[in-house]
Design a protein around this ligand. Sequence first.
Ligand code: NDP
Length: 419
Amino acid sequence: MSKVLVIGCGGVASVAIHKCCQVSEVFTELCIASRTKSKCDKLAAELAPKTATKITTAQVDADDVQQVIDLIRSFQPDLVMNIALPYQDLTIMDACLACGVNYMDTANYEPEDTDDPEWRAVYEKRCEEAGFSAYFDYSWQWAYRKKFEEAGLTALLGCGFDPGVTQAYCAYAKKHEFDSIDTIDILDCNGGDHGYAFATNFNPEVNLREVSAPGSYWENGRWVEIPAMSIKRQYDFDQVGQKDMYLLHHEEIESLALNIPEVKRIRFFMTFGQSYLDHMRCLEDVGMLSTVPVEFEGQQIVPIKFLKALLPDPASLGPRTKGKTNIGCIFTGKKDGKEKTYYIYNVCDHQACFHEVGSQAVSYTTGVPAMCGALMLLTGQWKKTGVYTVEEFDPDPFLEALDQYGLPKNESWNPVLVK
Ligand code: NDP
């Protein structure tokens, strides 16, 4: 019996909300709140006849702490699920603290305006000290640890698939398969085809920023940064086939390096087709990925926001996307003094997701873990006060919930390793 406030009503939130409504005995009341209320109303109307969960909706600008506080005070939830954008992480965390409510999200904080001088000064210092230059990192949210602990509240960070399930896979490997882990390769393969020459599978701004940034990996206790897309490998993915994949910086590497300190190397690879890469490079070269406003015919326009308006809405890709995703982690390490390897992954079918919840697999593989993370917090299976990433909790009940609610794991004890 719990009341949950979901902030955001985009691709990922829509899946999470569908899944919450399948578990009405836990998610008894949901309030869907977002910037555009009409989207919340549409989803609520679609779900109401099919679920016992009581759904209400609200308008909120989550960049404004006071608006979030007012909404929390009026709805009185047990948990706030932030499935808006990473830009709102800190304002929503502040509101949760002010109201004494638990918090969770699916991506770590990054600012909307990367030219903000105050943020920039902190960022440049961090680049120098930590050795990676991605705009997002955990430092902003880890700074809330003491506040959440003192308030007796939990903040669960990054509970999608990657970050999220990938960290649960690491915790699971550490708990059941290894005495010590030497290397982790996180492999994110999207073998889906939507038929467009260029489209992003989730929020274009967030996605294009991530992909066009320098890559980096963790090795022997430090970050190694490389030019964007400069490390390419091929991998033959179960149920998808051979794909090109590229080394990217990814947020969970940062927390895994901290929480599994014996690991010598952590890398993250994502598959991309040539058409996607060609379009992205061209858009970057002409300045369309910039977040700096330009004056155009008397108006201020942010190029990447304008690009977002031109690109297909990720939520509209569902009916068109065919094929599967395959996301997981390959480990090397030792058990009982012997070297061993282990691969744990999920395969998800775009069309099956669309038929179940009306979304493609990229939103599905993020929204289902968000619901399962909320389930862990609401049922007390994950119970710690403070600010935590997924690998800091017991992976077993979470992976059982994923098995049950649509993202079952596959395992191999003899995987092909990535060179
Ligand atoms: P969308 O752009 O589809 O949806 C974002 C939603 O947030 C929209 O409903 C939007 O409202 C709302 N929103 C944006 N700004 C505000 C605001 N100021 N106040 C209130 N609501 C706001 O994004 P996705 O669903 O693709 O992604 C959601 C989150 O999931 C992102 O943080 C993304 O980084 C993360 N993600 C995580 C993954 C993982 O594996 N961990 C993978 C993929 C995504 P409006 O409709 O008005 O625009």
